[in-house]
Design a protein around this ligand. Structure first.
Ligand code: SAH
Ligand code: SF4
Length: 459
């Protein structure tokens, strides 16, 4: 571990010795990874994990600010913990993540939930031990640390929640300022990790038995622009493809404006690089794309889809859509519907537009009621679900490689796994197979997942 970080962690000594923590994570993969870092820091200072809130000496909520829904969830969770805090005065309640990085949200938590002990932002992770020690010892009210200056994460420990697949952040923050999006305000400017740092972490994970890595960034395609040496994301993928022991490399998210032919070529050539692009389009209307500040047209987007499908055989493409952006009219909606038909995504997540504080779009006038937006969402979902099912139907009676992820929630004899194209498959099998690659024949097809029959083990 980096000596500076070791020193920082030492500040709090073994503050958590004999105590237990419970963490609730909302939001995206980057947040899940942050929670793994937080968990490792807590373990380093002595904490172990609690199974229930009643069991915990520390409850941490790692929040998401991208839409209103996850923010509402934080209020409902905090409401639930009020009586617990009343009964257990020593309980520390801490709220971190993207929501708290906004000053008004941090103030709202502070005023409405006065029993919260600590509010920490996305840049505060290296200071967490010290903050917790202060929160545990203080009697003077809530501590807030939403400092915006970037602090390096290099060398912070990670408690991977899995023994065979891991998240690997390659670029933090975002410079794109899509007009609806709060991420640049809560995660700060883009900051690529060094090429050597990423490759050496990948090697170390592979040596420890990890077979699948997912490279993370708000826009992985801008990896390297802030590094010396002209490295691109395609170079990084090609280098990681050489790491012995790895079987699968995934990446997300790709911004269409920066997706290069070189990247498509790297995916085509790299035998470990999975045939899957998550390429959020957001809208099929050029007028709306322009207002969203996305810097591409529907025509360019469809050309990219064609190039990817033409180059990478068996590839899957998934996307995100925002419905009900201010000013979206019937024609814009039908352009999005038309794009869904042309692009034929394997799946797409559609979200109702949610105005976010500070963003440019928050100033625009909303022209639709929530109910009208829901109807639009349903319309797009119906189209996409039909397409997803049609694409999945083509997988019937064919064999695919799966990485087995674990038993299904409803039946311990049924294992779930993912194909290289990120499709979820259930099959009957023992949990001895978890973390292994197997071959499965698809016997039944649904919109969201597939059913398979185990044919054999591959590693
Ligand atoms: N960096 C990624 C995604 C970040 S947020 C990208 O550029 O694609 C994940 C998804 O949430 C986005 O793709 C978008 O579809 C959705 N989203 C972001 N802000 C939103 C908002 N204000 N309202 C509704 N959906 C939003
Ligand atoms: Fe948000 Fe756009 Fe950055 Fe994605 S690229 S995080 S949507 S600002």
């Amino acid at each position: 571990m980096n000596p500076e970080i070791t020193e920082m962690l030492k500040v709090a000594g073994r503050f958590g010795e004999g105590k237990r923590f419970l963490m609730i994570t909302l939001g995206c993969q980057m947040n899940e990874h942050d929670s793994e870092v937080i968990a490792a820091i807590l373990k380093y200072i002595g904490y172990s994990t609690a199974l229930t809130p009643e069991d915990a000496d520390l409850i941490i909520i790692n929040t998401c600010a991208v839409r209103k829904k996850p923010e509402d969830k934080v209020a409902s969770l905090l409401g639930k913990y009020a009586s617990l805090k009343n009964r257990k005065k020593d309980l520390i309640i801490a709220v971190g993540g993207c929501m708290t990085q906004q000053e008004d949200a941090a103030n709202y938590i502070k005023e409405r939930f006065h029993y919260v002990d600590l509010v920490f932002g996305t840049h505060a992770l290296p200071r967490l031990p010290k903050l917790l020690e202060e929160a545990g010892g203080q009697k003077k009210g809530i501590i807030v640390d939403i400092e915006e200056t970037y602090s390096s994460r290099e060398g912070l420990p990670v408690a991977h929640s899995n023994h065979f697949k891991a998240w690997l952040p390659v670029i933090y923050g975002c410079n794109n300022f899509c007009s609806y999006c709060v991420v640049p305000y809560v995660r700060g400017r883009e900051h690529s990790r060094s090429f050597e740092e990423v490759v050496s972490e990948a090697r170390s994970l592979a040596r420890r038995g990890y077979v699948e890595l997912t490279l993370l960034g708000q826009n992985v395609n801008s990896y390297g622009h802030d590094l010396p040496g002209n490295y691109t994301f395609a170079d990084l993928l090609t280098e990681l493809n050489q790491v012995d022991g790895l079987e699968r490399i995934r990446f997300m998210t790709s911004h269409p404006k920066d997706l290069s032919m070189k990247l498509i070529e790297a995916v085509r050539q790299g035998d470990k690089i999975c045939e899957h692009f998550h390429l959020p389009v957001q809208s099929g209307s050029n007028r709306i794309l322009d207002k969203m500040n996305r810097h591409y047209s529907r025509e360019h987007y469809l050309e990219l889809v064609e190039a990817i499908k033409g180059a990478v055989s068996g590839v899957s493409i998934t996307s995100d859509i925002i419905v009900g952006f201010p000013g979206e009219d019937e024609e814009d909606l039908s352009e999005t519907a038309d794009l869904l038909e042309r692009a034929r995504f394997d799946s797409a997540f559609s979200f109702i537009y949610s105005p976010r504080n500070k963003t440019a779009a928050a100033e625009l006038k909303d022209n639709l009621t929530y109910q009208q937006k829901e109807i639009r969402l349903q319309h797009l979902n119906e189209i996409q679900h039909r397409i997803s099912k049609e694409i999945n139907n083509q997988m019937a009676n064919r064999s695919f490689e799966l990485l087995v992820e674990g038993p299904s929630k409803s039946n311990p004899d049924v294992q779930t796994g993912r194909t290289r194209t990120n499709k979820l498959v259930h099959f009957t099998g023992s949990d001895r197979l978890v973390g292994k690659l197997v071959q499965v024949k698809i016997t039944d097809v649904r919109t969201w997942n597939l059913i398979g029959k185990l044919e054999g083990e591959l590693n």
